[in-house]
Design a protein around this ligand. Structure first.
Ligand SMILES: Cc1cc2nc3c(=O)[nH]c(=O)nc-3n(C[C@H](O)[C@H](O)[C@H](O)COP(=O)(O)OP(=O)(O)OC[C@H]3O[C@@H](n4cnc5c(N)ncnc54)[C@H](O)[C@@H]3O)c2cc1C
Length: 297
């Protein structure tokens, strides 16, 4: 990437690298190619100097989720270089811990170990900011009445820039990437979720964004990521061998009336739980998780 095809060790930076994202992203502008230049630097750090791509490490997905939310709400690289620069989450062998690589070129995800120095032992998630695939183009009315998706289950119909997360049980190959549909940023994943757009690009709504993200991660890696109160954790630790992650980290104070939408936040189109059998609820949680994500394989 950004290296001459016929002169070895000749690299390009700046607006001329826009050839790779021409008519797709913002690499022809300073606000875009400042990130592709950094990408080139990081690739060369590993390939020439043995310095790994910087990564944030998380021991569990409860800590990962706030980081993902922070990135979709604050990151300028995946926002400006939409569909070209992605964030990659590499899950460890335990399927719980992860490494978070920011600002990685989407077209190079298939050869990530080779250009970043990070091993990929199992599953990966890729976060990308994308416009709706049929949003603009010759003869398209970008202001049509139904341009904005409002129902969280219809994030895949969003037109404006919105976050999309892909989940792959194992890293796809370069051949998969080359043969992907040309409108797709990445090859068809095992699971995918698109969050609905937000006019001010604040993707922090409790149900439309945070809950969608959380349930997507829960569904993909099969863990219950809810937080629990101390008395619930006590009961689960006495009755279950599989203690939820939320009970393995500092828990919320015990309260008698703990049935609240904070603990069991459910979308408005679902009936809220009125009673909670803690043991059964945790045991069957993943099995009965409401799935608004598109399962593609
Ligand atoms: C009107 C206009 C408005 C813009 N507004 C914005 C904006 O608001 N925000 C933004 O982010 N970007 C904006 N851009 C884009 C931005 O200015 C350019 O992308 C940026 O200046 C390109 O920088 P560069 O160093 O990659 O290339 P250049 O500035 O084009 O530098 C390339 C250099 O290489 C030299 N060169 C070419 N061939 C050779 C050769 N064979 N041998 C030696 N030297 C050679 C050229 O003389 C030139 O000095 C704008 C561009 C234009 C034209």
């Amino acid at each position: 990437m950004y290296e001459s095809l016929d002169v070895r060790n000749l690299y390009f930076a700046g607006t001329n690298t826009h050839s790779l994202d021409w008519r797709k992203s913002a690499g022809g502008f300073i606000h875009g190619y400042r990130y592709t230049v950094r990408t080139l630097h990081r690739i060369m750090e590993w390939t020439h100097h043995g310095v790994q791509w910087p990564a944030v490490k998380f021991s569990n997905p409860l800590d990962l989720l706030p980081h993902v939310l922070k990135r979709v709400n604050e990151a300028s690289d995946i926002y400006q270089m939409f569909s070209e620069i992605c964030d990659v989450i590499i899950f460890g062998e335990d399927k719980i811990s992860s490494e978070y690589l920011e600002s990685f070129p989407c077209p190079l995800v298939s050869i990530l170990p080779h250009v970043s120095g990070h091993k990929v032992p199992g599953s990966v998630m890729v976060l990308s900011m994308e416009y709706g695939k049929n949003f603009s183009g010759v003869g398209k009315d970008v202001f049509h009445g139904k341009r904005a998706a409002r129902d969280p289950r219809e994030g895949h119909k969003a037109s404006l820039l919105h976050p999309v997360i892909y989940y792959y049980g194992k890293l796809f190959t370069t051949a998969d990437h080359i043969h992907k549909h040309k409108q797709w940023v990445l090859p068809v994943p095992d699971r995918i979720v698109s969050l609905i757009e937000e006019f001010t690009t604040k993707f922090d709504a409790e149900r439309s964004h945070v809950l969608m993200f959380r349930r997507f991660i829960e569904d993909s890696i099969g863990v219950d990521m809810r937080h629990w109160f101390a008395n619930q954790c006590l009961k689960l630790s006495l009755t279950e061998t599989n203690i939820p992650l939320g009970c393995q980290t500092p828990s919320l104070p015990a309260v008698t009336d703990f049935i609240s939408n904070t603990v069991n936040a459910t979308p408005t189109y679902q009936q809220p739980l009125v009673e909670l059998d803690v043991t059964n609820n945790h045991r069957n949680y993943i099995k009965y998780l409401p799935r608004y994500v598109t399962k593609l394989k």
